[in-house]
Design a protein around this ligand. Sequence first.
Ligand code: ADP
Length: 266
Amino acid sequence: MEALVQINNVTCGYDSKVIFQKLNLSVYRGQFAGLVGPSGAGKSTLLKSVLGIVPLIEGEITVAGERINGRTPKKVGYVPQIETVDWNFPVTVEQVVVMGLYRHMGYLPWPSRSDRKRVGELLDQLGIGKYAHRHIKALSGGEQQRVFLARALVGRPELLVLDEPTAGVDLKTQHGVLHLLGELNRSGVTILITTHDLNAVARHLPWVICFNHGLVAQGYPDEIFTSTVLSRTYDSEMAVIRQGDVTLVDDSPRAGHHFKKKEQEA
Ligand code: ADP
């Protein structure tokens, strides 16, 4: 398989604080990978290094052969955490998506008729066409998520990067978003997401990368989601329950203690 993202010997951090060092990691064309690990493990920093938002202290990252050098490559679409968006900014849904077309220009020109047509089609495809002229603030969390997905997709990216797409939305929307991402992946888009929801990864994602200030393990979820690997990733005991084809991770607080107690009782 051909690597779409190649991370070579990369050290990254803020000021003098190193978050991870000498990392080597590849994301292959066609992959749909979930990056998991505890809060503060450096997952967002890793995504931002691929996006060219966080500068590299050492090493090199290429996307489709293009070296990242302080700006997000054209071939990459990014969906931020919806909690980090300033909702007071006075823009409509259509305008947010149009921004995805012109992000490399440094200014926002009046969109052409064909641009507006493309945006309209994409919004329809994502089931939010009727909201094109609404203020972005007037939508539900799941709908806002789709608007940012449309903004990321409008430039026809080869790689889609999403930071916590399942955070802050209800369970039904979470499944909807992951299903949609699965469809996009089948249509040829390579996808890298961070998420806290290990059970959603186990159910929906074909590949998982465990990260804690460095790569702990990566592979198919049913191989990677073992108590040993997850406990190493989270620096805390984690229980994994298997029932037939279904893998369930007990990621409630003190899951390890709970599990131990049950084992003792048995
Ligand atoms: P995760 O996404 O796994 O929760 P982050 O990459 O957001 O982890 O954070 C890793 C570490 O980097 C944390 O200790 C966090 O406080 C720190 N950090 C994140 N962003 C910045 C920043 N802009 N400036 C300084 N430190 C930061």
